[in-house]
Write a protein that binds this ligand. Structure first.
Ligand SMILES: N[C@@H](CCC(=O)N[C@@H](CS)C(=O)NCC(=O)O)C(=O)O
Length: 229
């Protein structure tokens, strides 16, 4: 990554939250693209009045400000970053590969995200374990040539950035012992899941993810979610 940051044609501000996987999508894209932007952390449990009044009456992160204009919805804000900064190469140049990568992200949300939702949103750890492996098997055919990233790319592109925050949080929960050890052992050692596992590890270790993922704060939040009510 070059040391000189890209200066965008208009100033970019990202209203974000360290614990929000949806907001992390755009945060990762901006970080990986090595562009200048201002990060603004929003306390979701105690949202500032100015945020609701002046920025986003819907109260959600991510919200992206570009010049004087606002964009919401993480799929939209992240794609905007990719479109705005072609030099960051967040979109495969071949239209067919781009379409395949979009399908990959869709299938991740269809097949693997349910395990995330069960565990990390609904606090159902057994449900996470029960759904994870079937989900990975259904997803894998869409993860084409992940060597190390989709389509043989040397860096994660938009489609992978869209799924990365869910991958990193799933692994954090599993590897921190919050999910039963049979699940973590199976994921780490069963050759059936090696292709997915290697890709997931590469994604988690990529600079955009590392630079935006506060493991301590996220782990605290995941534990809170999993605590018996
Ligand atoms: N569909 C939205 C979901 C964003 C979202 O749910 N953000 C949560 C934090 S993870 C939020 O802002 N919650 C505050 C609220 O709903 O009041 C997106 O993809 O941007």
């Amino acid at each position: 990554m070059s040391l000189t940051k890209i200066v965008p044609s208009k100033p970019i501000k990202l209203y974000c939250s360290i614990i929000c996987p949806w907001a992390a999508r755009t945060w990762i894209a901006l970080t990986q693209a090595n562009v200048e932007f201002e990060y603004i952390e929003i306390d979701l449990k105690n949202k500032p009045e100015w945020f609701l009044k002046e920025v986003n009456p819907g109260g959600k992160v991510p919200t992206l400000k570009y010049g004087d204009d606002y964009l919401i919805e993480s799929a939209v804000t992240t794609e905007f970053v990719a479109d705005l900064l072609p030099e960051a190469k967040l979109l495969p140049s071949d239209p067919f590969e781009l379409a395949q990568s979009r399908l990959m992200a869709d299938r991740f949300m269809e097949f693997v995200f349910p395990a995330f939702r069960k565990g990390l949103y609904q606090g159902d750890v057994a449900g996470l374990s029960a759904e994870l492996f079937d989900g990975i098997e259904k997803f894998e055919p869409y993860l084409i040539n992940a060597k190390p990233f989709f389509g043989g790319s040397d860096h994660p592109a938009l489609a992978e950035i869209l799924v990365a925050p869910f991958v990193s949080r799933l692994y954090l929960a599993i590897e921190s012992g919050l999910v039963d050890s049979a699940t973590s052992t199976k994921l780490a050692t069963d050759p059936k899941y090696a292709y997915f596992n290697t890709w997931a590890k590469n994604l988690i270790a990529s600079p955009g993810v590392v630079g935006t993922f506060d493991k301590t704060t996220n782990l605290e939040q995941i534990k809170e979610r999993l605590a018996p009510k």
